[in-house]
Design a protein around this ligand. Structure first.
Ligand SMILES: O=C(O)c1ccccc1NCC(=O)[C@H](O)[C@H](O)COP(=O)(O)O
Length: 268
C-alpha cells in the first residue's frame, strides 16, 4: 500500500464523518458560499504576475514537520504582500497538519487573492465544502481519480463557480485524464508513491499540455533559475510550499525569490 493509498483510504472515512456532521445543505447556507470567486487563471496570466502559488504547508509525508509554528492567516497575508499571485492552503489534517480553519483564516486575511483548497478530493461534498470555506479553485489529482470522476467533479466545481487544477505526474495520466472541463493543468514533479522529486518532469511534459490550459509546475521548486527555465517552457504557475515554509519567515523567502525573478540578468 502506497502513502497515497493510505491517504485516500483515510480520506473516505473522514469525508463520510464530515458529511454526517455537516450536510451539504448546511454548507450552502454559510456566507462564503455565495461570495464572488477570484480567478486563479486570471491572476496567473495577468501582465506582470509573479506566477507564484504560495502554499501554507505545516508538514508532509515526505518531509515530516516543515513548520510547527506558522499561523495560516498571518503567513498567507505575508505571502500576498510579498507578491504571491495565488495561495494554496492544505486542509488535510492527518498527513499534512492542515485544517479547514486554516482556509477560513487565509480567506479572512486575503480577501482579494485566489485560494486553492489543497486536499485529496474524492467526492462532490468536498467541493461544496471548498466553496463554503472560501476557496476559489480545487485540486483534482489524476492518480486518485478516474477520468470520468475528473469530468464529473470539474463540471460540479464549475456549477459552483470554482476553477479546477488537474494534477498529473506523467504522460500516461495526461493522456487518460485531461478533460476540456479543467482550467489549469499542474505537473507534479513529485511521484506521490515514491516521493522522488525531479523538476525535469515539468520540463518534459510542458509541450504535451495544450496552450489553452494554464500550465502549473508543482513541487520541488527552489531556485529562480528553474522558474525562469520553466517559464520559457510555457509554465505560468509555480506551486511552492516547502521552500518558503521551512524558513523562519516564509513571506521573506517568497519576497527574495520574487526579487530574483524580476532582477534583470546583467549583460557582463
Ligand atoms: O509533499 C508531500 O510529501 C506529498 C506527499 C504525498 C502527496 C502529496 C504531497 N504533497 C502535496 C503537494 O503537491 C505539494 O505540497 C506542493 O506541490 C508543494 O510542493 P513543495 O514545494 O515541494 O512543498
Amino acid at each position: 500500500m502506497t502513502i497515497l493509498d493510505k491517504i485516500i483510504a483515510e480520506k473516505r472515512q473522514e469525508v463520510a464523518r464530515r458529511e454526517a456532521e455537516t450536510p451539504a445543505a448546511a454548507l450552502q447556507a454559510l456566507p462564503p458560499f455565495t461570495r464572488p470567486v477570484r480567478s486563479a487563471r486570471a491572476a496567473l496570466t495577468a501582465a506582470g504576475s509573479s506566477g507564484i502559488i504560495a502554499e501554507f504547508k505545516r508538514r508532509s509525508p515526505s518531509k515530516g514537520v516543515i513548520n510547527g509554528t506558522a499561523e495560516a492567516g498571518a503567513t498567507t497575508a505575508g505571502y500576498v504582500a510579498a507578491g504571491a499571485a495565488v495561495l494554496s492552503v492544505l486542509t488535510d489534517e492527518p498527513f499534512f497538519g492542515g485544517t479547514p480553519a486554516d482556509l477560513w483564516a487565509a480567506r479572512a486575511a486575503c480577501p482579494a487573492t485566489p485560494i486553492l483548497r489543497k486536499d485529496f478530493i474524492i467526492s462532490e461534498y468536498q467541493i461544496t465544502e471548498a466553496r463554503a470555506l472560501g476557496a476559489d479553485l480545487i485540486l483534482l489529482i489524476a492518480s486518485c481519480l478516474t477520468p470520468a470522476e475528473v469530468q464529473q467533479f470539474s463540471q460540479f466545481a464549475h456549477s459552483l463557480g470554482l476553477e479546477v487544477l488537474l494534477e498529473v505526474h506523467d504522460e500516461a495520466e495526461l493522456r487518460s485524464h485531461l478533460a476540456e472541463a479543467v482550467d489549469l493543468v499542474g505537473v507534479n514533479n513529485r511521484n506521490l508513491a515514491t516521493f522522488a522529486t525531479d523538476v525535469a518532469t515539468s520540463a518534459r511534459l510542458a509541450a504535451l499540455i495544450p496552450s489553452r490550459f494554464v500550465r502549473v509546475a508543482e513541487s520541488g521548486l527552489q531556485h529562480a533559475s528553474t522558474i525562469l527555465e520553466l517559464r520559457q517552457a510555457g509554465y505560468q504557475g509555480f506551486l511552492i510550499g516547502e521552500t518558503f515554509m521551512k524558513t523562519a519567515d516564509p513571506a521573506a523567502a517568497l519576497a527574495g525569490l520574487v526579487a530574483e525573478l524580476t532582477t534583470p540578468v546583467s549583460a557582463s
